[in-house]
Design a protein around this ligand. Structure first.
Ligand code: MG
Length: 376
């Protein structure tokens, strides 16, 4: 890997960024660096495997072709690696952050998160980024010596939102990259899934100049191709366009703001500018595209009715386990003394996959049968 001086690397960044909370012997395989070790810990975690059955936009049981949190995370990771490579950033770190960034999501996507946040408003609230951190620092149980995954400091920093970072510290360029590539991934795959589902129409998409331009090119170039392939090809070209725009303008920003070293990066006040960002006109086009998706897809009545149902299920399970906490798995019950009961129940419900939550929702109707927790 050819790393720029502003990248996270053992050569450019202070030792403390590679440290773990609990000191460990250097990796035993000799073939892995510390940040690769972090990535592998994410991939081997239970929370990561559960992403397969968690909603991105379309509830998992609606069809096997739609994105799930897992495939979304893989796309984010992959797009981030491309951008990182082009900018000379640390690919291992962006890969890890991409794979891990959504670990804290509840079942049924944002609808579940909103409901848990409301239910926990007097107990610290619920926010998926914070939950991601909680999972990797506390809830994953894999090692005899400590709770959590004992990730390096720089990886844990990258999983936090900007306003959750220590005072006067900015994000690494790697974390900013993953944040923007998260958007590239979901804007594009939501167009793809939205059109595939029939909720989003080609007519509506014409309101986006960005879509209109690339769709026009596709149809002109391949007028006789099946429409589904034309859609996919257009989405693919928009992803390429966004990546190219992002790389070009970010390099320009790094130069403009005189960012030469990793120390420059984390000292850079984010309110001055976003370093990893599009130029003004592209940003406007992307913002408009997001608005169109919001209005026509995320706010679509079919999605909203799914979301309302999801909210009811989450609320019901939360209240049920608060009352019947003896039905929580043993390791959760054991934490009730240390954390509040509300937090422990939120951890349990948030960790559920969609289908596991729905299975419990059925069981709640017949508590006599709900003696044992389902395998979890
Ligand atoms: Mg995401």
């Amino acid at each position: 890997m050819n790393l720029a001086a502003y990248a996270v690397s053992k050569d450019n960044s202070e030792e403390k960024f590679f440290q773990r909370k609990f000191a460990e012997a250097p990796t035993s395989t000799r073939h892995r660096q510390e940040l690769q070790r972090d990535r592998d810990r994410i991939v081997h975690s239970r929370a990561f495997r559960r992403l397969e059955y968690k909603t991105q936009v379309f509830v998992n049981y609606l069809g096997d072709n739609f994105r799930t949190r897992l495939t979304h995370s893989i796309e984010v990771s992959q797009i981030s690696r491309t951008v990182a490579n082009a900018l000379g950033l640390n690919e291992d770190l962006v890969e890890t952050l991409g794979l891990a960034h959504d670990l804290g999501h509840t079942p049924f996507g944002h609808a579940g998160e909103r409901k848990l946040n409301a239910l926990l408003k007097d107990f610290g609230g619920f926010e998926h980024n914070k939950q991601t951190l909680r999972i990797v620092e506390k809830l994953e149980e894999r090692y005899p010596q400590y709770a959590g995954l004992n990730l390096t400091y720089i990886t844990r920093l990258g999983l936090q939102k900007h306003d959750q970072l220590p005072h006067n510290m900015g994000h690494s360029l790697e974390a900013m990259t993953v944040d923007t590539c998260d958007e590239i991934a979901y804007n594009n795959h939501d167009i793809d899934d939205g059109i595939e589902s029939g909720l989003l129409t080609l007519d509506v998409m014409q309101q986006s100049p960005l879509w209109k331009k690339f769709w026009g090119k596709t149809v002109q170039e391949f007028p006789l191709t099946k429409q589904k392939i034309q859609v996919r090809y257009t989405v693919r070209n928009i992803i390429n366009f966004m990546i190219n725009e992002l790389v070009t303008n970010s390099l320009y920003n790094l130069e403009k703001y005189n960012i030469n070293t990793f120390a420059d990066v984390i000292a850079f006040p984010m309110k001055t500018a976003q370093l990893i960002d599009y130029n003004k006109s592209t940003k406007e086009q992307v913002t408009l595209l997001k608005k169109i998706l919001h209005k026509n897809l995320y706010r679509h009545r079919d999605i909203e009715s799914m979301n309302r149902h999801a909210g009811r299920v989450v609320e019901r399970l939360y209240l049920y386990f608060l009352k019947h906490s003896y039905q929580l798995p043993q390791e959760y019950q054991a934490r009730i003394e240390k954390d509040s009961k509300e937090r422990v129940v939120a951890d349990f419900v948030a960790g559920m996959t969609d289908r596991y939550a729905l299975a419990w929702n059925e069981r709640v109707d017949n508590p006599a049968q709900a003696v044992l927790p389902l395998e979890f």
